[in-house]
Structure formats: structure tokens, C-alpha cells
Design a protein around this ligand. Structure first.
Ligand SMILES: Nc1ncnc2c1ncn2[C@@H]1O[C@H](COP(=O)(O)OP(=O)(O)OP(=O)(O)O)[C@@H](O)[C@H]1O
Ligand SMILES: [Mg+2]
Length: 607
């Protein structure tokens, strides 16, 4: 086998040079692999980083940082599009400071890319007329190569621009372009996610705020509903203000709630303290002293949480012995006239009242205004009738006195003629018993006069009561063409406050008359059932409207009447209950109505 001539030198030279180029190649390959490895690691890091933050600023920083490393660049900037301003913006972190830079679309390299929607790869910035060298001049930076690409979302809309400066290799290659383009689309997804997330956070915040507002509104409506219900239960001012103040103390967490009513010469002050929630105290105060007086005078609400405030120092009696730290007060009006004010003192366990408390108090003031005005006008009407009522009552009382006095005088005459000491003793005991009776009656009258007892029970014969009623009602009904029928099936004695009971029956008769505008019949039957006296009152009127039947006896329930206050039946019920009695009704629309009152004939059973 022929062999090729051997040139040991040439072989050795070739061998060396190929060894050299192999080593170079090897080195070069290793470099490339190392670069690719670092790029892969970087890309992985980018993936992790992009997935780990939802804050847009953090996200943009991570993207910029990673892109700079990956592109072997000096720095990079990521601009987002602001459609409203037709601009690009970016945040640049310099030390601890975050500065925002803005460019108009079309301005500078990034602006050009945003406008054209194309990427550019510039080897020497200063030779490109689109480059704006002002920034370099300002910062002292020396821009050489630039790679700048648009960032698009999945729909292809432009959402930003990424710009990398000064490749470590002198300029950016085609491979760099491809890599940046891949990175840009990865970044686009994260940026869009983050913006979506942020807008959801905003929406959520909005929803939470709306929810809180809604909850507050519901609490207000609940409060107003409660107040309305309490107003419905109250018949007189004291009753009303006790219930309302107690509710207000619960809700507002105040130490004291007071309502002031403006009278001619003074303020009538109803004051309730948190520790004594069932003891409403009533004071008379001067018209120019205290925060209520001021609020009534100005007609404007007032709030202070400052102990330096002069208003707090001047409260004296109005604070009911409390050391005042905070006050809110709101006026209330009837027919545009300020008739009173409601105030809260000292928020329990807090630094003071806030706007929400003030709002609640203003709502409360508005809510009770109508009820207070109606009760005040009733009170005035009652005051006007008072003398007549007292006169009526006294004549009845004097009449009742006659019976024991006659009996006493009878026994005394008998005693005078009797010598037997045992029989005299018996007479003396009978006399004493009558004195006891007189004493008891006197005590009852005094209690009534002092206002300790709301009714004055007397023994009244139904027969004479029926006569009084006939006189009272025939006058009222006769004028309106209504026929009055009275039937007394039981004429015996019943313990009652006849003056008050007459007033109750008068209210029933007036309602009946109002239900029979074209005339009809009003029938009264006085009867007895076991230990109860039973009084029934029937009319042939239009019947009670179905809608108000369930709450008929509550205050301020009225229907179909001009100027009706809706207190009539509430007062009737109160009077009946004071007699330990009950009241019920049946009614048929278009047919008529019957009210039945039952009261024990002798509620005390002790004489
Ligand atoms: N006998 C009746 N027939 C039909 N409806 C009645 C009768 N009695 C009461 N009502 C109805 O009940 C409502 C409440 O009566 P209530 O006496 O409490 O108030 P008012 O008559 O409206 O006002 P006021 O306070 O002036 O008496 C009346 O508005 C009326 O609609
Ligand atoms: Mg009425």
C-alpha cells in the first residue's frame, strides 16, 4: 500500500494551528454556553420575579433590572403608554428617590417607536436624528447604542416601549433583537396582569367603601325605625322622652342624653343618664343658660370635644352633675319654629363625638320633632281644660264624702242614746271604719293632686254614670244627626276614675261620629260580666281601615282625617289600662265598629 510522503514539519505546523483553533473554538463555545446558561438562568429568574409581585412599580423595576443583565446592556428603561395624555411614562429609581420621566409620543427614540410601532436598533445614537441628546447633557451619561422595541398585549395593542442602552459588545445584534422581543412579550403579560389586578384592588376598595356606607345607612334606618316604634308607644311627653333618650344612649354610647323644650319663661329639661336608664329627671332651666339654650337660640347644631370650650364650663345644671368633656346638640323644629333641642354629653370610652354621632343626633331630632309638637299641643289643650276638669272632679269627690259623713253622723247619734258600753264600742268601731274610708279617699285625692297617681278611683254607680254620659254625648252627637242609644243592663257600683273614663268614651264617640259623616247610630251598653264591668260602644260607620288595625292603639296612627293626630285611641287605651282593664274592637268595612272596654268593678278589692 503506497504511503504519502511525510512532511513532519508541515504536519506539526498544521497540527499546532488546528490545535490552536480548536482551543479557541472550545473557549468560544464555552463562552457562548456560559452566556446562554446565564441567559437561561436570567429568563427563569424573570419568570419567577414576574410571577411574584403584583405591584406595578416593583414589577417594572424587576423587568428593567433583568433585561439589563440579559441584554448585556448598561441600562434599560421601560415606558408605559398613557393614552389620556398621549405620552409615555416611566419610573426611574435613583438611590432612594423614585423619579418619573415623561415623553410625548413621537418624541425621542422611545416616542418614535411608540408612534411608529416598529423596533429600532441604533449603533451610534449621536448619528441618529431621532435621538435627543438633552438627557445625556443633563445627566452626563454617554449614550452609544440603543435597542428599542414596542411592547404589545395579547390583542396587539401597544402598552409600552422597552429601551436598552449601550451593549457591552459595542452594539446590539440580531440575536439580541430576538431575545428582547421575546422578553417584551413575556413582560407584556405580567404588566397587563398587574394592571388588571390593580384595577380589581381599586374596584374592591370601592366596593368595601360602598359596603361600609351601606352598613351605616342600614344602621341609621334601623335606628329611625326603632325611634318611630318608640314614638308609637308613648302617650305623653315624659314617656316619649324616656324611651327615646334611652335608645339614644344605647346607640351613641353617651353618658347623658337630654331633651330641652322651649317654654314661655324657661326651658323644660328632660335628662337621662346612662347609669340610671329608667330615671328620667326633669328640671326647669333658664332660657339663656347652657348648650341647649344656645342651640335653640341659634337654630344650628353644635359640637365640641374640647374641655377648653366655654360652653362646657357653663353647663352646670344641664350636665346633671357630670364632668363634661364632650357635647353635641341639635335643634328641632315645628312649623319652622325651633321648639327644642336634644343633646348628648360625654362619649363613653372615646375621645369625643364625631360627625357620624352628629348625623345620628340630627336625624333623631328630626324624627322626634313631630311627636313632641303633637304632644305639646295636646298638653296645652289639656291645660285649658284643666280647671273645668278639677271642678268636675271635686264635685264628685265631695259627693263621695257625703256617704261616710252621713253614716258617721248616724252612728254618733245612736251612740249618744246608747248606754251599753259594748254596743257603744261597736258603734265607735263603725265610726272609725268610716273615718278610715275618708282618710283613704283623702290620701287618694292628694296623691292625684300631687301627680303621684294618674287616676283617681271612686265608687261610681253605673246608673248615674249613664246619665252623665247621655248628657255629654247627646250634645256632641245630636248636632251631627247621629242617633244615640243607651242601655244600662248593670246599674251598680264600679270603682273608676269617672272623669278620665268619660274622656276616653268621648274620644270613642268622636271617632264614631267622624266615621259617620252622613249620620247613623251610636249605641252604648253598660253591662257586667262576672267581676268585670263591660262597656260597649258601637257605630254604623265606615269601619276601621284594614291597614291600621294592627297598630290602631299606637300613638300617631291616623287615617283619612284632616288634622287627626292619632292620639285619641292611644289615650283611651292608656286610661283603660290605668283601670287594670282591657279594650278590644271588631270592625267591618262599610258596616260599623264596636269597641269593648272591660274594667274590674273593684280593682282593689279591699273595702
Ligand atoms: N269608630 C271608628 N270607625 C272608623 N275608623 C275609626 C274609628 N275609630 C278610629 N278609627 C280610625 O282610627 C284612626 C285612629 O284614631 P285616633 O282616635 O287614635 O286618632 P285620630 O282620630 O285620627 O286623631 P285624634 O288624635 O284627633 O283623635 C282614625 O284616624 C280612624 O282612621
Ligand atoms: Mg280620634
Amino acid at each position: 500500500m503506497p504511503t504519502e510522503p511525510h512532511n513532519p514539519l508541515s504536519t506539526s505546523v498544521e497540527h499546532r494551528s488546528s490545535e490552536l483553533s480548536l482551543r479557541d473554538e472550545n473557549l468560544h463555545l464555552r463562552e457562548i454556553i456560559a452566556l446562554q446558561e446565564s441567559r437561561i438562568t436570567c429568563i427563569q429568574e424573570i419568570g419567577v420575579a414576574l410571577g411574584s409581585t403584583m405591584s406595578l412599580d416593583d414589577l417594572l423595576n424587576v423587568i428593567m433590572e433583568k433585561i439589563t443583565v440579559l441584554m448585556q446592556a448598561d441600562r434599560s428603561t421601560l415606558f408605559l403608554v398613557d393614552r389620556d395624555q398621549d405620552a409615555l411614562w416611566s419610573k426611574v429609581i435613583q438611590g432612594d428617590q423614585v423619579n418619573e420621566i415623561r415623553l410625548l409620543i413621537g418624541e425621542g427614540i422611545a416616542g418614535w417607536v411608540a408612534k411608529a410601532g416598529q423596533s429600532i436598533n441604533i449603533r451610534n445614537a449621536y448619528q441618529d436624528e431621532r435621538f435627543n441628546s438633552e438627557v445625556d447633557m443633563r445627566t452626563g451619561y454617554q449614550t452609544r447604542s440603543i435597542l428599542c422595541q414596542p411592547i404589545r398585549n395579547h390583542k396587539g395593542d401597544l402598552i409600552g416601549v422597552v429601551q436598552v442602552l449601550n451593549s457591552k459588545n459595542g452594539y446590539f445584534s440580531d440575536a439580541d433583537e430576538n431575545l428582547l422581543s421575546a422578553l417584551a412579550s413575556q413582560a407584556a403579560v405580567s404588566i397587563e396582569n398587574s394592571m388588571l389586578y390593580l384595577s380589581m384592588v381599586d374596584k374592591n376598595l370601592e366596593l368595601t367603601e360602598t359596603k361600609i356606607k351601606l352598613e351605616k345607612k342600614i344602621a341609621e334606618v334601623d335606628f329611625l325605625y326603632d325611634i318611630q316604634r318608640l314614638i308609637g308607644q308613648a302617650v305623653d311627653l315624659q314617656d316619649l322622652l324616656q324611651l327615646v333618650a334611652s335608645k339614644a344612649l344605647d346607640i351613641s354610647e353617651a353618658e347623658l342624653c337630654a331633651v330641652a323644650i322651649r317654654e314661655k319663661e324657661h326651658l323644660r329639661l328632660f335628662s337621662l343618664r346612662h347609669e340610671e336608664e329608667d330615671a328620667l329627671r326633669i328640671f326647669h332651666a333658664s332660657l339663656d343658660d347652657g348648650v341647649c339654650a344656645m342651640v335653640i337660640d341659634t337654630g344650628a347644631p353644635y359640637m365640641t370635644n374640647s374641655s377648653q370650650d366655654a360652653v362646657l364650663a357653663a353647663t352646670g345644671l344641664h350636665a346633671d352633675g357630670l364632668q363634661v368633656r364632650h357635647i353635641i346638640a341639635a335643634p328641632f323644629f315645628s312649623d319652622d319654629r325651633c321648639i327644642g333641642a336634644v343633646k348628648l354629653i360625654n362619649k363613653r370610652g372615646a375621645d369625643g363625638f364625631d360627625d357620624d354621632d352628629m348625623k345620628l343626633l340630627t336625624l333623631l331630632a328630626g324624627q322626634i320633632a313631630g311627636a313632641v309638637a303633637a304632644i305639646l299641643s295636646r298638653e296645652r289643650q289639656e291645660k285649658a281644660n284643666r280647671l273645668a276638669t278639677i271642678g268636675q272632679m271635686l264635685s264628685g269627690v265631695i259627693h263621695d264624702f257625703k256617704t261616710p259623713v252621713t253614716i258617721i253622723s248616724g252612728y254618733v247619734q245612736l251612740m249618744a242614746r246608747q248606754n251599753d258600753p259594748d254596743i257603744r264600742k261597736e258603734y265607735a268601731e263603725s265610726v272609725l271604719k268610716q273615718f278610715d274610708q275618708l282618710n283613704k279617699m283623702t290620701r287618694e285625692i292628694l296623691a292625684f293632686a300631687r301627680g303621684e297617681s294618674s287616676i283617681l278611683l271612686r265608687k261610681v254607680f253605673m246608673r248615674s254614670f249613664a246619665e252623665d254620659l247621655r248628657e255629654l254625648l247627646s250634645r256632641e252627637l245630636g248636632d251631627r244627626g247621629i242617633d244615640l242609644q243607651m242601655e244600662t243592663r248593670y246599674g251598680g257600683a264600679v270603682k273608676m276614675d269617672d272623669v278620665k273614663l268619660k274622656r276616653a268614651i268621648f274620644n270613642l264617640a268622636r271617632n264614631a261620629a267622624e266615621a259617620m259623616p252622613d249620620g247613623g247610630t251610636f249605641s252604648v251598653v253598660l253591662d257586667r260580666d262576672g267581676a268585670d264591668a263591660v262597656l260597649t260602644f258601637s257605630d254604623t260607620g265606615q269601619g276601621i281601615p284594614v291597614e291600621i288595625r294592627a297598630s290602631l292603639f299606637e300613638s300617631f296612627v291616623t287615617q283619612g282625617k284632616e288634622g287627626g293626630t292619632g292620639l285619641g285611641l292611644a289615650i283611651v287605651k292608656k286610661i283603660v289600662e290605668e283601670h287594670n282593664g282591657s279594650i278590644t274592637f271588631t270592625s267591618e268595612v262599610g258596616e260599623g265598629t264596636t269597641f269593648t272596654i272591660r274594667i274590674p268593678t273593684d280593682p282593689d278589692q279591699d273595702d
